[in-house]
Each structure stands twice: as structure tokens, then as C-alpha cells.
Design a protein around this ligand. Structure first.
Ligand code: SF4
Length: 217
């Protein structure tokens, strides 16, 4: 068989799509980051009719190229919380405004085979937007985020995603030295708000693109 690894993940992604749909998420699949961008731009975003768009921290979102593409589209009011030229105070206000956007785009820390999203935030703006506020949420998820159960999701997040993210963001936390979580009390702690999203309410508000490529942390 050609590409056995891709075929393995295709089967698992197809099963996960069914499980997520049963939990009222609207689900799409993509072969890679470029294909995910096409699915988002050609199908998902036009369907939402979104006029205002914002996002929360996601390496997967950046890898698709959607960030540059939406920023360069004058048809959208963009609330760009990634803009490094903005002061901390103003960024906080933008994150609050983002909760009222028509469309919020981000990634997820884990997706369980049973069709559940698991996330852990530092600030909470991303998990807040996934939960309530924006009319539509678009989640971009690489295959490396797929796990078997809630325990694996939480273990993955605390002992892989969070330490690796702390390293990426140059945080002064113990996990950057040990590579695993030490339940720190550091002022730089990036693990503050857990969410488990069991279903999308209303049905279809949360749209997910499952991507057959390792993307993000
Ligand atoms: S709680 Fe602290 S030590 Fe544990 S992963 Fe988060 S930042 Fe690292």
C-alpha cells in the first residue's frame, strides 16, 4: 500500500469526523495545510457570511496561510490580536472585542476519538471564544492532535504541548528545563483555563477542519 501512514490517519480522521458530527460539530477534512486553506476560503468562510474576523493563538492557523490571506482581504473587519505593534493594554481590549466577531479562527490542543475537543489556555480568550461569543468558530486541527481518550488528551497537553509552547514563547517555567509539567506557580505559567467541548451548541456553530498532516503543537 502506498503511503501507509497517511492511510492510517485517513481512516482515523474519517471515524473522528463521524463522531464529531454526532456531537453537532460541522466537520471538513483536508489533505494538508494548503488544502485546509482552500476548504476554509472556498466553503466554510463564505457559508458563514462573516464580516468581522478574529483569531486566537494557533500555529496550525499560521501554517495554512489563512492569517495573511484574511488580513489582506479588505472585505473583512479584522481584529488582529497577533499584531505585535499593539500595546498590551490595547491587545487586551481587542481580545474582548474578538469575542463579538462573526468568525473566530483557532486550533485545538487535542481532539478525542469520541468527538470531543480539549483545550488549555493561559489567558482564556481562546477557550472563551470557542465556548461562547463569536457567531462562528473555525478550528483547524492537524492529525497529531488526535488522541484516544480524555486522559491521553490531558497528558498530551500538560506534558508535551504546554512545555513545548512555553519553550516557543520563551517563558520562564520549570517545564522548559524538564520537558514535563511540574504544576508550577510561575508568573509565566501558561496553563490556567481548561475546557472540554463535548458538543457544539447551537449545532454547526463550531466548524472543524481535520487535516491529514502533523501541524502545530
Ligand atoms: S503548569 Fe507550569 S510547569 Fe506545568 S506545563 Fe504549565 S507552565 Fe509548564
Amino acid at each position: 500500500m502506498d503511503k501507509p501512514v497517511d492511510n492510517y490517519w485517513k481512516k482515523r480522521i474519517d471515524n473522528l469526523k463521524t463522531a464529531l458530527e454526532a456531537n453537532n460539530f460541522e466537520v471538513f477534512t483536508a489533505e494538508d495545510a494548503e488544502d485546509a486553506k482552500r476548504v476554509a476560503e472556498d466553503i466554510i468562510i463564505p457559508e458563514t457570511g462573516a464580516k468581522s474576523v478574529s483569531w486566537g493563538g494557533s500555529m496550525t492557523f499560521m501554517a495554512t496561510g489563512l492569517y495573511e490571506s484574511i488580513k489582506g482581504n479588505s472585505g473583512f473587519e479584522v481584529i488582529d490580536v497577533f499584531d505585535k505593534s499593539v500595546s498590551t493594554e490595547k491587545k487586551s481590549e481587542m481580545r474582548r472585542k474578538a469575542l463579538l466577531a462573526d468568525l473566530f479562527i483557532t486550533g485545538t490542543n487535542a481532539v478525542v476519538d469520541t468527538g470531543v475537543l480539549v483545550n488549555l489556555d493561559m489567558i482564556g480568550n481562546r477557550v472563551a471564544a470557542i465556548t461562547f461569543g463569536p457567531k462562528n468558530v473555525l478550528i483547524l486541527a492537524g492529525r497529531n492532535k488526535i488522541v484516544s481518550d480524555l486522559d491521553e488528551a490531558m497528558f498530551r497537553i500538560k506534558n508535551y504541548a504546554a512545555p513545548a509552547n512555553a519553550m516557543r514563547l520563551d517563558k520562564k517555567t520549570p517545564c522548559i528545563k524538564t520537558s514535563f509539567c511540574e504544576e508550577c506557580s510561575s508568573p509565566d505559567r501558561i496553563c490556567n483555563y481548561w475546557t472540554i467541548t463535548e458538543k457544539s451548541y447551537p449545532r454547526g456553530r463550531i466548524k472543524i477542519v481535520l487535516i491529514n498532516q502533523d501541524l502545530g503543537l
